[in-house]
Structures are given as structure tokens and as C-alpha cells.
Design a protein around this ligand. Structure first.
Ligand code: NAP
Length: 488
């Protein structure tokens, strides 16, 4: 087993509800390695009872946690950060084993997750309110920041450590308590992180996690959606599920952060540095095999640069090494599961039927394993193709040729989504024009790697609302209380 870990206790294999425990009904489900489809672990398949028990624990723990001075909460988070960093190798291996990303990326994700914990440990001590200049005599006016209450965090499989950290760290920093459900495909990394949080001194009941199979995900989450004691839902995942959560939590008017799907455009203008643009696209597109929400899904190249750009890109895409996460040289691992590969294949077939040309790849890599797809470059893509309308979430680059700036801005914005967008240009006037015209929450300008704990991460339109990270990230877990003292 090339991805074995040193600390066996980082695989608790149970729920954490004030203590480590089995699901009430005793059910479990299997966790498989996407590289081989081999089952290598199992975790509780929780249901309604477990979800309610977790919520009871989080609700009971809230008064003491919110009353703890922010500096003490920050110290707990700092210890959690230190433990995550100290266990980077084991956590990286766990991520690669259950999620399939190459080991170097697994290690990188751990560092990225830790950066959010450290950031919010620091932000916890700066959650200051305001002293307001009163407009009338004899009054003093203040705005206090208070934690919203119990937070339900629901996370996807593509960044099993980072998504947990990006939600739980600000919630705990703000003084909220948490119930959490990780994705079916990647529960182990989340449980390992909770184990380290326990070790860091997060008190029992403050942070609870229940794992569930895809069949029971709704059963667990519905308990939290319907219960008025949950005051906020923090969700990262697909847009259809995000909309369902927004609808179902409307009856109890919960605060929501929804980090949803994208359909990122990547635009290369004639005046761009083409080598830099190819480098940026390779980084942005092929990280995690294209299974990221900010992955460029549609690549637009201006006519004058098109052929040179495609030639340079084809050489780089053809050279990518595909293989299991445990092979140090692998740059693209397996896709998360068979459904993901089916979708990628459907997109490529649909594009070819509608006139796209396969320049590199274009097929499954069955000789490597069932869940592998070749890094693929298509030209002649257009807006009618499935790969232009839906997230492909795989290693496929569909290139569309364009003529004018107006035309490409209209095409880039012609999607209900608005998470990330990228463009390459060396014209400073164009840079400001295009950056302001793109309908997206994040814009990479001559840059393919955008995410950082210090930056506000989130989308517009149907990519959701709320921001994670940055000096604004804590506000999503707090509300403002206005105090007015009279008779002075
Ligand atoms: P998903 O199917 O929406 O699942 C996300 C989470 O929701 C999982 O824990 C899932 O559990 C749970 N879930 C599924 N159906 C549910 C239901 N009916 N009620 C309650 N919970 C439910 O998304 P995914 O396929 O895991 O993740 C990929 C998506 O996430 C992509 O669209 C990607 O763009 C998006 N994403 C966005 C960001 C961002 O910051 N904007 C970051 C990363 C990923 P199961 O795993 O058990 O199904």
C-alpha cells in the first residue's frame, strides 16, 4: 500500500459527537481508492438520529464556546493549525488515497487547509464592533459582532481538507459551534482533521461530524435544514444541491454561504504573453485533474494567437503523466469515480459530434485503470456543446477561436455561473476594461493560481454567495447587534 500513513489513530473510522461513536443504527459504508476501486476503509452510515444527536451536542456546547474569550479560541485554532502542519505527510497521503489527487497536490492541499486555520485564528481576535457617533444628544450607540449560533457545514469531495478548514475555522473563530457532513467519497480526511481538532483542545460538543453514504446524505442534512437551532448553513458543492438547501432552509430563515459550481472562461488575447498564458492554463486547468470549481471550462483564444497557442498547449498536454496518486511522478490521477469518467466521455463525444477536433487525448485510459481519462485538447469548440454549458470537471480543454473583445466578453458572460474567470493580455487599458466586465467572483489577470487565505473566495450569479477567507470571511459567521444606551 504505497499511500499508507504513520499515525493509525488518524483513521478513527467513527462519528464524533462529543466523543467517537458508531451510527445509532450501526450501519457503515465502504470507502474505495479511486485509483483501483479497491475498498480500504469503512465509516458510519449515519441517519436522522445521528444528525439530531450531533445538533443537540452543538447546541448544548454553544453558550460556553461563545463566552470563551476570543484569544483563547484563537489559541485552540493555532494548536489545530500546528497539528495539521505537523501531520502534513499523513494527511496528504490520506487525501491522495481517498480522493486520487497526486501526492504533491495532496501535501499542498494540507498546507492550504492549514493556512485558513491559521488565518482565522488571527482574525478571531480582531472581530471588533463599532462605536457609532450618535446623531442625538444623550445617547451612546454601539454595534457588537456576535456568533450566529450552530453552523451546519456540508462539504464536497474534491478538496476534503481545504473545504472543511475553510468552513470550520471561521465558525469556531467567530464563537459558533458546528455540525458537519463530509462527502461520501472522502470522509477519512475530514475525520482525521476532527481528530486533530480534538487533540488541539476543541471542547466536546463544539465540533461534531457525522459521515453518511450518498443515499443518506439528504436524510442527515434535512434534519439540520428543518431545525431552527441551526442558524447557518455553509455549503460547498453543486448548484442544484445548493438551491435545494436554500429552498429548504427558507422556513427557518437561516444564514447561508453557498460556494457552488462554476463554468470558468479563460481568455487569451492577441497581445498576451503566450508562454505565460499556457503556463497559467496548465496550472489552472490540470490541478486535481480538472476537478476544481475554478477550473477553466471554456478557453477562448483570439484569432491572431490561436494557432501558436494551440501548438504550444498541445505539446504540454501530451506530456502530462497520468497515473496513481502514489507514484511521485504522476501529474494527473484518477477521476473520483466511474460517474465522473462517464460525464467527461459524454462531453468529449458530444463536442466531436458537433464538430470539435481532438488534438490530444480524447479517450479513457483503461490500461491505467477504470477511472482514468486522457488529458484532452479540443479545438473548434462552440457554445452549443455540453462542455461549454456544464462543468466537465475533468482534464479536458475545449478551445474556441474569437475575433473581438466585445464578442468574447459576451460569450464569457453567457452562462448562469460566475465563480472564476481568467484572461491574459499585456494592454493595461484592456486589463481594467475586461476585469470589470467579466461577471465572476474571482478574476485571474495574467495569473492561473488565484486562491489564498487572505483573499475573498466566492461567486456571483448561480455560483452562489458568501465569501470564504480574507478579512471578510468571519462576517459570514457573525451578526451585528446594535446597542443604544439613552438617558445619558
Ligand atoms: P454535490 O453533489 O453537491 O455534493 C456536495 C455535498 O452535498 C456532499 O457532501 C454531498 O453528499 C451533499 N449532498 C448531495 N446531495 C445532497 C442533498 N440532496 N441534500 C443534502 N446534501 C447533499 O457536489 P460534489 O459533486 O461533491 O462537488 C462538486 C461540485 O462542488 C462542483 O459543482 C464544484 O464546482 C463545486 N465546488 C465549488 C467550490 C466553490 O468554492 N465554489 C469548491 C469546490 C467544489 P454526498 O457526497 O454523499 O453526495
Amino acid at each position: 500500500m504505497p499511500l499508507s500513513i504513520r499515525r493509525d489513530d488518524l483513521l478513527p473510522g467513527r462519528n464524533f459527537i462529543g466523543r467517537w461513536c458508531e451510527a445509532r443504527q450501526g450501519r457503515r459504508f465502504d470507502v474505495a481508492d479511486p485509483a483501483t476501486d479497491t475498498v480500504f476503509a469503512s465509516v458510519p452510515d449515519s441517519g436522522e438520529d445521528d444528525a439530531r444527536a450531533a445538533l443537540d451536542a452543538a447546541h448544548a456546547a454553544f453558550p460556553a464556546w461563545r463566552a470563551m474569550p476570543a484569544k483563547q479560541r484563537a489559541q485552540v485554532l493555532k494548536r489545530w493549525n500546528d497539528l495539521i502542519v505537523a501531520n502534513q505527510e499523513d494527511l496528504g497521503r490520506l487525501i491522495s488515497r481517498e480522493q486520487g489527487k497526486p501526492l504533491a497536490e495532496g501535501r499542498g492541499e494540507v498546507a492550504y487547509a492549514a493556512s485558513y486555520v491559521e488565518w482565522f485564528a488571527e482574525e478571531a481576535t480582531r472581530a471588533n464592533g463599532d462605536v457609532i457617533a450618535a446623531p442625538v444628544a444623550g445617547r451612546r450607540m454601539f454595534a457588537l459582532k456576535e456568533p450566529v449560533g450552530v453552523v451546519a457545514a456540508i462539504t464536497p469531495w474534491n478538496f476534503p481538507a481545504a473545504m472543511i478548514a475553510r468552513k470550520i475555522a471561521p465558525a469556531l473563530a467567530a464563537g459558533c459551534t458546528v455540525v458537519c457532513k463530509p462527502a461520501e467519497d472522502t470522509p477519512l480526511t475530514s475525520l482525521a482533521l476532527i481528530k486533530l481538532a480534538e487533540e488541539a483542545g476543541v471542547p466536546p460538543g463544539v465540533l461534531n461530524i457525522v459521515t453518511a453514504s450518498r443515499e443518506r446524505a439528504a436524510e442527515v442534512v434535512d434534519v439540520w435544514l428543518d431545525d431552527p437551532r441551526v442558524r447557518k448553513i455553509s455549503f460547498t458543492g453543486s448548484t442544484p444541491v445548493g438551491k435545494h438547501l436554500a429552498r429548504r432552509s427558507a422556513d427557518t430563515l437561516k444564514k447561508l454561504s453557498l460556494e457552488l459550481g462554476g463554468n470558468a472562461p479563460f481568455i487569451v488575447f492577441d497581445d498576451a504573453d503566450l508562454d505565460a498564458a499556457v503556463d497559467g492554463l496548465m496550472v489552472a486547468k490540470f490541478r486535481n485533474g480538472g476537478q476544481t470549481c475554478v477550473s477553466p471550462n471554456r478557453v477562448f483564444v483570439q484569432a491572431g494567437a490561436h494557432d501558436a497557442f494551440v501548438d504550444k498547449l498541445a505539446a504540454r498536454v501530451a506530456a502530462l503523466k497520468v497515473g496513481p496518486a502514489g507514484d511521485e511522478g504522476s501529474q494527473i490521477g484518477p477521476m473520483i469515480n466511474a460517474r465522473a469518467v462517464d460525464k467527461i466521455e459524454r462531453h468529449v463525444h458530444d463536442a466531436v459530434e458537433r464538430g470539435a477536433r481532438v488534438v490530444v487525448g480524447g479517450q479513457r485510459l483503461a490500461a491505467v485503470g477504470r477511472n482514468y481519462f486522457a488529458p484532452t485538447l479540443l479545438t473548434g469548440a462552440d457554445a452549443t456543446m455540453a462542455c461549454a454549458c456544464e462543468e466537465t470537471f475533468g482534464p479536458v480543454v475545449p478551445v474556441t477561436r474569437f475575433e473581438s473583445e466585445d464578442e468574447v466578453i459576451a460569450a464569457a458572460n453567457s452562462t448562469p455561473f460566475g465563480l472564476a474567470a481568467y484572461f491574459y493580455s499585456s494592454d493595461v487599458r484592456r486589463i481594467w476594461r475586461v476585469a470589470e466586465a467579466l461577471e465572476a467572483g474571482l478574476v485571474g489577470i495574467n495569473e492561473g493560481a488565484l486562491a489564498a487565505e487572505a483573499a475573498p473566495f466566492g461567486g456571483v450569479k448561480e455560483s452562489g454567495y458568501g465569501r470564504e477567507g480574507s478579512v471578510h470571511g468571519l462576517d459570514d459567521y457573525m451578526h451585528l447587534k446594535y446597542l443604544c444606551q439613552g438617558q445619558l
